[in-house]
Structures are given as C-alpha cells and as structure tokens.
Design a protein around this ligand. Structure first.
Ligand SMILES: Cc1cc2nc3c(=O)[nH]c(=O)nc-3n(C[C@H](O)[C@H](O)[C@H](O)COP(=O)(O)OP(=O)(O)OC[C@H]3O[C@@H](n4cnc5c(N)ncnc54)[C@H](O)[C@@H]3O)c2cc1C
Length: 526
C-alpha cells in the first residue's frame, strides 16, 4: 500500500532516501561547489491552515472533506514552485473543502450549489498541473472537485476500437483495464502514473511519443462535460465537417467551462515490433536538421528525441555530441525498413549511428534492451526533482513549439539569455535543451534548468528566470506552451499570443456555460 505525498510528487514511499539521497547531495554539492543538503518538508501535523469559510450542504456532506491532508494536498499542483511552497508549509489559500463526487448526479449537485452560493470550483484530476491550474489565487471561498471516484472503464467498442472512459481514471488503471483485450490508449505523458483522462483532456496533454498520434486531441472521439448550464456532449464520430467541432472547444478548457466526466477515446492495438537506434551529431543544430528532414520525408518515428550535448551527457554521453534517439513501433508490420530509412537520412545529415536495437514476434524479449531502464528513469525523474528542490537547487523545465524556420534563432536566443540570467540571478547553473515532439513544419523544444539558489529566495529567482524565458520565447515566435497548458502561470503570455477577438468569443462561451463565473476562475480568462 502506498501513500500519496501531500507536498511532492507521487508516493511517499518512493521518495529518495538513504544512500540514494546522500549520493545526490554529494553530486550536486560537488557540481555547485557548496554543501547542499536536503531540508525536510514541514511535517503535515505542524501545518496551520485557515479555517474553512464554507460548509457543503447536507446533501453533499458524504463526499466532502476538510481534513488537513486533503486540503493541503489539493492546494497546489506539482510544479517546482508548488513543491517548494508546500514543503515549506506556505499554504495560505487552500481549498475550503475537497469534494469527491461518485457520479454525474453529484457533480451536478456540486455545481448547482456552487453557482447558487458563488463558491469557486476547481476541478482536480491527478493534481499534476505544472502551471498553477489547480490552485485559486483570488481570495474567495473555493472547493477542489476531485474526480478520483469517477475511475471506471465504462464501455469498449471493439469494432470501432474505442472506449468510454470516466474522467478520473489514472493512466496505469486505464492501461491495466485495456491490456487483457490487447488494446492500449498508447498515451504516456511523463506524469502518466499520477494524471487522469479528464486532466489530459482539460490541458491538451501530449504523450512521450514524438510524432503521429501523441496528443490527447488525436485520441479523443467525443467528450462529455457537466457545465453549470447543463451537460454538453459531443457526438461520437471518426470525423465530421459539420461546423466548428464541439469536442475541440472542450479540449484545453482547463476546467473553466465545466467538469469533464467521461470521454470516448480512440484505442490502438498493442505494438509488437520495435526498432531504435542512437545517432550522434556534432551539434544540436545538425541533429535538428536531421529531425526536420525525417519528418518532412513522411516517416513517423514513435521516438525522435534529440538531446543537446548537455542533456546527452546526463543520459550517459561524453558531453561532446548531441544525441538523437530514433525509434519506430508497430502493431502490424516489422519496422526494419522504416528504421533503415531514418538512419540513412540521419547519416545524410552528418549523424553517426550506433547499434540498432530491434524486437518483435519471434525475436528475443518484448522490447529493445534498455527500454525498461529508460522508462524507469523517466518515471523516477520527478522524485529526483523533489529531492533537489529540498536541497535548494532550482530544477525546473519550460517548453514551447516553433516552426523549423524559427528554431535556430529561438534556440540560440533562449540558451544565451537564460545562461546570462542564471549567472546574474543564481551565480551559475545550466540550461539544456531537447526536442520532445516533431512535426513536418516545426518542433517542440523543451528546456531544463538546474542551478544553485539562495535558500528562501528560490521562488523569486525561478520567477525571474521564467519571466525571461517566456519573454524571449514569445519574441522568437514560439508559443507560451506546447503541452503544459496555460493555467495561471502562462496567463500573461497566453493573453499576448491569442487574438483579441478570439479572447472575446471565448469569454462569451464562458458566459454561456458558466454564467455565475464559478468554474476555475483565473485560468484562460478573467
Ligand atoms: C513530473 C511531471 C511530468 C509531466 N509530464 C507531462 C507530459 O509528458 N505531457 C504533458 O502534456 N504534461 C505533462 N505534465 C503536466 C501534467 O501532468 C498535465 O497537464 C496533465 O494533463 C494534468 O493531468 P491531471 O489529471 O493531473 O490534471 P490536474 O493537474 O488535476 O488538472 C490540470 C487542469 O485541468 C483541470 N481539470 C482536471 N480534471 C478535469 C476534469 N475532469 N474536467 C475539467 N477540468 C479538469 C484542472 O482544473 C486544471 O486546470 C507533467 C507534470 C509533471 C509534474
């Protein structure tokens, strides 16, 4: 049995401790030339939260909680800022109540009560938001509506290969339910273990596959949402030319129109053939050139992750070369020829391929060697991030997407500017870059920052770095977010990048679906 951490990522039992923690502390202390030891989070029992300002009506008492653990753990999402604030006990404005509806009638009852009383409602899936999506910053009474009890795979349409899934289902539970049918959603964000179907839809999340159907948008057939004005459900259709698409309106709505209660999702057969290869490039820009040609050739590698030399070093490289991990998978066909074509393109762009890894029916093992280790370290990374945060190390990421034409200037401008800011603000630290997703017309650069901070000033230091990053990204033609969503942290950038008339139209839609303005005030609008 595991206990969800109230202040940090995942399960308390899986947090770094003992030799692993000491090893990390020694490593960063050496790297930054000063003693960096973890400071334990404030014990839950020592937290002092403000008294709840509202009580639910008698009819909702059974699904409401104002326990210390529930209120504290629903106060923030899972960004670096959130971890630091929670671990320090800096929880000034927690939800007054946490409500866990067991079905749509209770969701409707909660929204009716909220609309009648003006209490704000913030939908909460897994709480893995990294953009301030699940906290309320304006001072008013609010509840966190936790969808955790809407957790069933409700129906499978084997013929159309789709499933009706309740919004609160977490990634592993969904895959476990589909596995016996040899089906998969094949949607794996890094937060997979602790994020939900409803959260993915509400934030337009992206999985770790680099190309093809990797955004939840691609996998949604229809969405059902309970809004304060009533239920809104799009029709199940493989495609439709009938006007603007209703499900596209709900995707990315971040809880500001209503609560997603369920969705029909497109499934896939489980992949059986896999093949991949690491290719070294003299520079990040040479690797990016190869990724562009690959995508424009019509190949759709499942994996096409380009790491700059700094990131490649963290993955075991020597720090002198960029590394492209290119891989294919298929449920129906061997992938050898696609892999060979990709390697040829990479060689044409100056890449040096390493050994190829392939697997499939009739070969040994289900996956190429190394894939399991990669998966565990991918899922382990957030625990490492929390341990570093407790050692006063700023460790955070920011991401964007831009056209191939804009990439060279954006990459240089961001790394130079953030490098300068790191020196000025933190007295050191590094910024590295990888491409997480690629398209024929552009890509998604993902930057990671690690830097020593001044204890007590971490948040101000990170906020200054983040503001600089957002400014330079928008200046260079990038989007304020490729897949982390808008939330509250990206509002100013989102306001700048969206057309004014679109904002007005969105406001009118919000006014129709949420006339009392109770749904997640502060994200997207208002
Ligand atoms: C370590 C880590 C790794 C991550 N990796 C990825 C990644 O690979 N790809 C990616 O896209 N994102 C990633 N994220 C960000 C985050 O996991 C996604 O935004 C995810 O989709 C949020 O899902 P959730 O269920 O946790 O939603 P929450 O964090 O609970 O909520 C997110 C937003 O959606 C709203 N919401 C949640 N459920 C509903 C609902 N049922 N109806 C209406 N609104 C709702 C909330 O109000 C909030 O605005 C990562 C975050 C962390 C901390």
């Amino acid at each position: 049995l595991s206990t969800r951490s109230w202040w940090g990522w995942g399960d308390e039992e899986r947090a770094l401790r003992g030799a692993e923690l000491t090893g990390l502390s020694t490593m960063v202390s050496e790297r930054f030339g000063r003693q960096l030891r973890p400071v334990a989070p404030v014990p839950l029992s020592e937290l002092r939260l403000p008294v709840p300002r509202v009580q639910p009506p008698q009819t909702l008492i059974d699904i409401a909680s104002d326990s210390l653990r529930d209120r504290a753990s629903h106060a923030y999402g899972s960004s670096y800022r959130d971890v630091i604030r929670a671990a320090r006990g800096d929880i000034g404005h927690p939800p007054d109540q946490v409500l866990r509806p067991r079905g749509e009638p209770e969701v409707i009852a909660v929204l009716d009560w909220a609309a009648a009383t003006g209490v704000a409602v913030v939908p909460y899936g897994g709480g893995s938001s990294v953009v301030g999506g699940v906290e309320l910053r304006e001072q008013r009474a609010w509840i966190s509506l936790d969808t955790g009890r809407l957790d069933q795979l409700a129906e499978v349409d084997r013929t159309s290969r789709a499933a009706r899934v309740q919004a609160g289902m977490l990634g592993p539970a969904l895959e476990d339910a589909l596995r016996p049918m040899d089906l998969t959603l094949r949607f794996f964000p890094q937060s997979f273990e602790f994020s939900t179907v409803g959260g993915w839809i509400a934030t337009r999340a992206a999985g770790h596959f680099a190309t093809g159907p990797t955004h939840i948008d691609d996998l949604v057939e229809s969405v059902r949402m309970i809004t304060p004005a009533g239920p809104l459900e799009s029709r199940r259709l493989p495609a439709s030319g009938a006007g603007p698409a209703p499900d596209r309106l709900l995707l990315g709505s971040e809880g500001s129109f209503g609560v997603v209660t369920e969705a029909w999702l497109r499934l896939q057969d489980r992949p059986r053939w896999r093949g991949s290869c690491d290719v070294r490039f003299a520079s990040f820009s040479a690797g990016a050139q190869a990724v562009r040609v690959l995508l424009q050739s019509g190949l759709l590698p499942a994996n096409c992750r380009l790491l700059d030399p700094g990131e490649a070093q963290l993955a075991g490289g020597d720090g002198t070369a960029a590394l492209l991990v290119v891989g294919f998978e298929s449920a129906h066909l061997p992938v050898d020829s696609a892999l060979a074509a990709a390697i040829e393109i990479c060689q044409g762009a100056g890449g040096t391929p390493g050994q190829q890894r392939t697997s499939g029916p009739g070969t040994t093992g289900e996956r190429p060697a190394g894939a399991g280790a990669w998966r565990s370290s991918f899922l382990r990374a957030p625990y490492l991030r929390d341990a570093l945060a407790l050692m006063s190390v700023i460790v955070e990421t920011f991401e964007t997407a831009c056209t191939w034409a804009d990439l060279p200037a954006l990459h240089v401008a961001v790394t130079e500017r953030i490098g300068r800011e790191l020196a000025a603000i933190c007295g050191g630290g590094t910024v590295t870059c990888r491409l997480t997703h690629a398209y024929p017309d552009g890509c998604a650069p993902y930057f990671s920052v690690i830097a020593p901070s001044r204890p007590g000033s971490e948040l101000a230091q990170w906020d200054a770095l983040k503001a600089a990053a957002t400014a330079v990204i928008l200046d260079c033609g990038g989007t304020v977010t490729h897949h982390h969503a808008v939330g509250r942290d990206h509002r100013s950038g989102y306001d700048l990048q969206r057309p004014a008339l679109f904002a007005q139209a969105l406001g009118a839609i919000k006014g129709t679906l949420d006339p009392a303005g109770v749904m997640n005030p502060g994200v997207l609008l208002g």
